[in-house]
Ligand binder design. Structure first.
Ligand code: NAI
Ligand code: MG
Length: 361
């Protein structure tokens, strides 16, 4: 088993170091190789995703990724910006399925902005299609309008599109995830989020997901318009089990869902391709405002490493051990600044990593 470790910029290096510490104390044999990515790679080689970094990622079973980006790169041409590295990895590795669990740990119920009874016990999974939709659809560009409301005016346009195989494969991922969750005691339901009332692309999405759903009679399927889904996520988040949606809606809804759980510093993510090769990263960015201070929360990255063990490295027991260790540390009252509250103990990034290592026994 080979893991490419790409810490990136800002707090990326600090939080990935803690996840590596945790991986190192498990009794598992894997090879870890580190490479520069993002702004760190730009500084060293003049490119955010050097050939050697991409090759390492493509040749590995899994990529453990920190975060990229810093305001100091804002003036670079778009292809040289740190964020292009993550888009390049997604595209080259074919990472079409993005998993974002939103789990509210019992010990952190008070850290959310929602009422405790709404989020206590929350455990939902948002699955976002990651390589299609309006983010990648061609044609796109700027031109002088020849029709529309203002012919002759400057305009910009993007194209929303999905092919049947793209929708089918993400739908299968969602139904299979719901099936696994059902086996572990969850409801076993997929909610497909669309905008079928307005967009042809998403009427097609709805039709194809419905068709795929017929192959999963044990899993319930419902459909919801994206505007209603945005509302229901804060009104009654526990009504969801697995949510599946397109790239743009998923981008927005998964960020919204992340706030249900208290802090973005707690949220892992996984992006998978058809070979179960995956890229695992915290949902947050490089947090330049706190970088270098040793105060970032490493738990999202440590929990991403657990997802890596489960999805790409076939080590579900090790994944569970890490998740249990994280809960144990929270139960001990240890908190980084982002999740700290009165009566708990504030710790730094490395202390939090050490505590997880200790809890692993
Ligand atoms: P951010 O997620 O880096 O930070 C948002 C806020 O959350 C900040 O106040 C930050 O201090 C806090 N925060 C984030 N992670 C934390 C952690 N582990 N512990 C404690 N507090 C944490 O988002 P922002 O500020 O919008 O972007 C900063 C940079 O990160 C930008 O250059 C952006 O492009 C990049 N970015 C990179 C991503 C990636 O690598 N996949 C994803 C999102 C943003
Ligand atoms: Mg986002």
């Amino acid at each position: 088993m080979k893991i490419a470790v790409l810490p990136g910029d800002g707090i990326g290096t600090e939080i990935v170091a803690e996840a590596v510490k945790v991986l190192n104390v498990l009794d598992l044999k894997f090879e870890m190789e580190t490479a520069l990515v993002g702004g760190a790679a730009y500084d060293a080689y003049g490119h955010p995703l050097p050939e050697a970094t991409l090759k390492l990622a493509m040749d590995s079973d899994a990529v453990l990724f920190g975060a990229v980006g810093d305001w100091k790169y804002d003036k670079l041409d778009r292809p040289l910006r740190p964020e292009q590295a993550i888009l390049g990895l997604r595209k080259n590795m074919g990472l079409f399925a993005n998993f974002r669990p939103a789990i509210c740990y019992e010990q952190l119920v008070g850290a959310s902005s929602l009422k405790p009874e709404l989020i206590a016990g929350l455990d939902i999974l948002i699955i976002r299609e990651l390589t299609g939709d309006i983010y990648f659809g061609q044609p796109r560009g700027r031109r002088i309008a020849t029709d529309g409301h203002f012919p002759g005016a400057e305009e910009a346009f993007d194209t929303m599109r999905y092919s049947k195989p793209e929708i089918e494969r993400i739908a299968h991922v969602a139904f299979q995830a719901a099936r696994k969750r059902k086996a572990a005691g969850k409801e076993g339901r997929v909610t497909s989020v669309d905008k079928a009332n307005v967009l042809e692309t998403f009427q097609f999405w709805k039709d194809v997901v419905t068709e795929v759903g017929q192959q999963y009679p044990d899993i319930a399927l419902d459909h919801m318009y994206v505007d209603n889904a945005a509302m229901q996520l804060v009104k009654e988040p526990k009504r969801f089990d697995v949510v599946v949606t397109g790239n743009m809606f998923g981008d927005i809804l998964s960020d919204e869902a992340s706030m249900l759980t208290g802090s973005i510093g707690m949220l892992p993510s996984a992006s998978l391709n058809t070979k179960n090769q995956g890229l695992y990263e915290p949902s947050h960015g490089s947090a330049p405002d706190i970088a270098g201070k040793g105060i970032a929360n490493p738990l999202a990255t440590i929990l991403s490493a657990a997802m890596m063990l489960r999805f790409s490295l076939n080590q579900p027991e090790a994944a569970q051990r890490i998740e249990a260790a994280v809960q144990k540390v929270l139960a001990q009252g240890l908190r980084t600044g982002d999740i700290w509250s009165e009566g708990t103990t504030k710790v730094g990034t490395a202390q939090m990593g050490d505590a997880v290592v200790k809890a692993l026994g």
